[in-house]
Ligand binder design. Structure first.
Ligand code: ADP
Ligand code: PMV
Ligand code: MG
Length: 430
């Protein structure tokens, strides 16, 4: 696909049960969101230059592609049928070499974002790949527990693989997309986006990038044995539960929170192990309930109990935040349903499993109370499609595919209205 511009998009996710315990190989349940990341890839005027324009996080960098330590990287790479194989862990020597290109990074966020990009770029591209401009915009809140890092990694892994023909371009529209269990192109994107997530936070479970790649809803379990693939069970008849998503807007870093749980685990293994086990058992229990042929009042009641227990266990792991507790208290006092934090916690988002019989007035009053606290509630839907590609097919698309236009779109609605995947058959799915 060299020579023309194209877009790639991947969804965020909501972890319903099992954040953090997923890192410790316990089962967890998550679903794709309608909020997504969009990446525009456009040929650079100077073909030696690789340009990153990530306006959402104020990031703008240019590298000369000949400065990438290609030879060092190739020494550590293995290939299967001409395609690079991801390693179990990040290769420290490669991280070290890439780090030498990042001396002028202004913050940890910029450093990890550039590291993630260059790690994927140097493995998936070659020295003679013509330079491009990469511009990402997200309708997801960033660093809020909804998997913006994974959706970014999936967009990058997919785009770089398309650019260098490591995977085919997709041809299927949203209406033609059928669920199928074997999909080697998606497996390739998933595996490489996990390497991107490793650059963001060291020890990801893989659930976020699996959901961002495949979409839908999934029961996911990392396998602790080396070189074994994770278990991903698609939940095709995911019940249509009403979910309210509330962002406390307290910034936090997934890396720090995952690191905090690791520390707790090493200090008090006998205490943290049963908590993590309980979370895994809870996710398995929830899976049984969510996959029953009929999902009625009884099932919703049990699921709400599990949401409350899961939140309590996350509090015990030290990953809540006073504002998340505020969301829980307001939600509980308004009797709208059961609330838990979602994602890494420490701020960011909470989800409320809303009761069927709660009136829309009560929900609106509760949302107003959240607003008074400075929180933002989202109208979003679950179970969206996974990674997708959009390429220019007419003269009219030129404005749409301009980096200048895309990078300056103002806000979530403008991005959705201009390029959104909803209700259009222009986007193609693998
Ligand atoms: N639109 C974006 N542009 C650039 N980087 C992004 C974007 N969205 C996410 N990221 C990267 O992901 C990081 C946030 O990831 P993380 O802390 O895991 O939180 P979450 O995945 O819950 O949003 C950001 O600091 C940035 O490095
Ligand atoms: C805490 C964790 O379970 C989810 C992190 O999600 P997020 O980055 O907060 O969206 C970590 C993981 O599973 O990799
Ligand atoms: Mg993340």
């Amino acid at each position: 696909m060299t020579g023309s511009s194209f877009f790639v998009s991947a969804p965020g996710k909501v972890i319903i049960f099992g954040e953090h315990s997923a890192v410790y190989s316990k089962p967890a349940i998550a679903a794709a969101l309608s909020l997504r990341a969009y990446l525009l890839v456009s040929p650079n005027e100077n073909i030696d230059e690789i340009t990153l324009k990530f306006p959402d996080i104020n990031l703008s960098y240019v590298w000369n592609k000949h400065d990438i330590p290609w030879e060092e990287i190739r020494k550590f790479q293995t290939f299967e049928k001409g395609r690079p194989l991801p390693t179990e862990e990040l290769v420290p020597e490669i991280v070290d070499k890439i780090t030498s290109l990042l001396d002028d990074c202004k913050s940890t966020t910029h450093f990890t974002t550039c590291l993630s990009f260059l790690y994927l770029y140097s493995h998936l591209c070659e020295e003679d790949t013509p330079g491009h401009v990469f511009c990402i915009r997200s309708t997801l809140p960033i660093g809020a527990g909804l998997g913006s890092s994974a959706s970014t990694g999936v967009c990058l892994a997919a785009a770089l693989s398309v650019l260098t023909k490591k995977i085919d371009t997709p041809t299927v529209t949203i209406n033609q997309k059928a669920a199928k269990d074997e999909n080697h192109q998606l497996d390739f994107i998933d595996a490489w986006s996990l390497m991107g997530e490793k650059c963001f936070h060291g020890n990801p479970s893989g659930i976020d990038n699996a959901v961002a790649t495949f979409g839908g809803a999934v029961m996911f379990q990392r396998v602790s044995a080396p070189a074994q693939p994770s278990i991903r069970t698609t939940m095709r008849n995911f019940p249509s539960i009403k979910l309210l998503l509330t962002n406390t807007k307290i910034p936090r870093s997934t890396a720090d929170l995952v690191g905090g749980v690791a520390k707790l685990n090493s200090l008090y293994p006998k205490i943290s192990s049963p908590i993590l086990d309980a979370m895994g058992n809870l996710a398995s229990e929830a899976y049984q309930i969510m996959t029953r042929p009929v999902f009625g009042d009884e099932e919703l009641k049990t699921l709400k109990e599990l949401v409350n227990i899961n939140h309590g266990l996350l509090v015990a792991l030290g990953v809540s935040h006073p504002t998340l507790e505020k969301v829980k208290i307001i939600g509980d006092l308004s009797k709208i349903g059961a609330t838990k934090l979602t994602g890494a916690g420490g701020g960011g988002c909470a989800i409320t499993l809303v009761d069927e019989n709660v009136s829309s007035e009560t929900i609106q009053t509760t949302i107003s109370e959240f607003k008074k606290e400075g929180f933002e509630s989202f109208d979003t839907s679950l179970g969206g499609k996974g990674v997708a590609l959009l390429s220019a097919d007419s003269e009219d698309d030129i404005k749409l595919f301009s980096v200048e236009n895309f990078s300056t779109l103002d806000g979530r609605a403008a991005i959705e209205n201009t390029i959104g995947t909803n209700g259009t058959t222009k986007w193609k799915y693998w």
